[in-house]
Design a protein around this ligand. Structure first.
Ligand code: UD1
Ligand code: MG
Length: 456
């Protein structure tokens, strides 16, 4: 589709009271600007141009999307903001979708409908409008006696009669590129805010005999703009519920949607069950028949089918099929767990590979380790991976058995089928099939207490 999106995001967002530019505030774990860019991309635009000003360096740095950034050094109004994109669009004769960076709930479907009705009607401009009970602060849609849109009047410039209009400008429009830039030449900042209003373009086009139109959004909540943190939380709640509804519709059980927090990019397979208090963020993918939660935080985790996670934290890791994690496990970045691995209670694993069928059932620290298949790590085992200056690796071969309370002082290797006696501090490599015991020989003094008492 021959459409370019221009996303306005140069404003300061004063009411957020934040050092972070408004459009970088997250909704369901993703900056609102990214939601808007994704919606435009989802509607099929060929290119996104984002107008930035306040905090532009931070925005460019954190939003790693394929967009053209344009700086608006002075915020002279929404019309002025759109003018900044003109130099990137010389000779472009298609349509332009204008969006705001602070409306994270807008859906691709609504943008598509706006574009389709715009094209079907052969309009020069089509504005997305909404009927709302309290239109305070919004621009009002002005129509003539035939119902044709003749312009938009900002709240602060509106007459008493115009203030009673409930149809508002959502700030989202579709324009014919040529007519848009021609009309922008004709607007002036002679208004209550002394700004170049994009909204004035409609009257200019209408006066010149251009076709103007309006499309009403089906659900006005989609076009909700975020100006402060109360609205941010309201948008979060709406988006959260939509994400959960989509998952449930796709065959995932969510026991308590009011206590489950799942990011917009998360994928969960059918017949998985998510228990309360579970937070899934970033790029999480879980397969079918998983049991997730309660009370777990999963960030950027890729996992197979039939995985169980209870009361645990997993970050930047990958998990095979049939893995059991928790309760109370902490799996840190760079961990790869094979199929049918068990990581039990009070176990921390960092930057390690644990291959198929191995078990770390209780009270262990595994860091910078490579653990083969079907290895059993006894309770209280620690990989001593840090010597005060540097981190070292521990390697454990297939079928090895590490007795409880073993210290593995890295760098160290334990061979396949080797056995380490409980309580050993292993500082040297153990060959395949060997038994290693490193501890003082047990001494037993019979009748010790009786003899001691007799001496008194
Ligand atoms: C605008 C519309 C209003 C509409 C409302 C919907 C105008 C004049 N008014 O008002 O009719 O009902 O949106 O929410 O357009 N921006 C820039 N550069 C600027 C000024 C603004 O990039 O110089 C950006 C802002 O960052 C924001 C967007 O444009 O993302 C809208 O600007 P804002 O000042 O919030 O406009 P509203 O007063 O909300
Ligand atoms: Mg405003």
């Amino acid at each position: 589709m021959n459409v370019v999106a221009i996303i306005l995001a140069a404003g300061k967002g004063t009411r957020m009271k934040s050092r972070l530019p408004k459009v970088l505030h997250g909704v369901c774990g993703k900056p609102m600007l990214e939601h808007v860019i994704s919606a435009a991309a989802g509607a099929g635009v060929s290119r996104n141009i984002v107008i930035i000003g306040h905090g532009s360096d931070m925005i460019r740095e954190s939003v790693k999307f394929d967009v053209a950034w344009v700086e608006q050094t002075e915020q002279l109004g929404t019309g002025h903001a759109v003018m900044q994109a003109e130099r990137l669009l010389t000779g472009f004769t298609g349509s332009i979708l204008v969006l705001c960076g602070d409306t994270p709930l807008i859906s691709p479907a609504t943008l598509e409908r706006l574009f389709q009705e715009h094209t079907a009607a052969g309009n020069s401009v089509t504005v997305l409008t909404a009927d709302i009970a309290d239109p305070t602060g919004y621009g009002r849609i002005i129509r003539d006696s035939t119902g044709a849109v003749t312009g938009i009047v900002e709240h602060r410039d509106a007459s008493g009669e115009q203030l009673r209009i409930n149809e508002i400008n959502t700030g989202i429009y579709c324009f014919a590129a040529k007519e848009l830039f021609a009309a922008l030449q004709k607007i002036s900042p002679a208004n209550a805010q002394g700004e170049y209003y994009l909204t004035d373009v409609l009257a200019v086009i209408a006066e010149q005999g251009g076709r103007t139109g309006a499309v009403k959004v089906e659900d006005a909540r989609e076009t909700m703009g975020i100006n402060d943190r109360v609205q941010l939380a309201a948008a979060e709640a709406l988006m959260r519920r939509k994400i959960l509804n989509d998952l449930m519709t796709a065959g995932v059980t969510i026991i308590d949607p009011d206590n489950t927090y799942i990011g917009s990019e998360v994928i969960i397979g059918t017949d998985s069950i998510v228990y309360p208090g579970t937070i899934m963020e970033g790029n999480c993918r879980f397969g079918e028949n998983c049991i997730l939660g309660p009370y777990s935080r999963l960030t950027n985790v890729t996992a197979g089918n039939e995985v169980t996670v209870q009361n645990s934290v997993i970050t930047d890791s990958s998990v095979g099929n049939g893995v059991i994690i928790g309760p109370f496990a902490y799996i840190r970045p760079g961990t790869v767990l094979g199929d049918n691995v068990k990581v039990g209670d009070f176990v921390e694993i960092k930057n390690s590979v644990v291959e198929n069928g191995s078990k770390v059932p209780h009270l262990s620290y595994v860091g910078d380790a490579q653990i083969g298949e079907r290895v059993n790590i006894g309770a209280g085992t620690i990989t001593c991976n840090y010597d005060g200056t540097q981190k070292w690796q521990t390697k454990i071969g297939n079928n090895a058995f590490i007795g409880s309370n073993t210290n593995l002082v890295a760098p160290v290797k334990v061979g396949e089928n080797a056995i380490i006696g409980a309580g050993s501090t292993v500082t040297k490599d153990v060959p395949d099939g060997a038994l290693c015991i490193e501890r003082a020989k047990q001494k037993v003094y019979p009748d010790w207490t009786t003899r001691k008492n007799k001496k008194k």
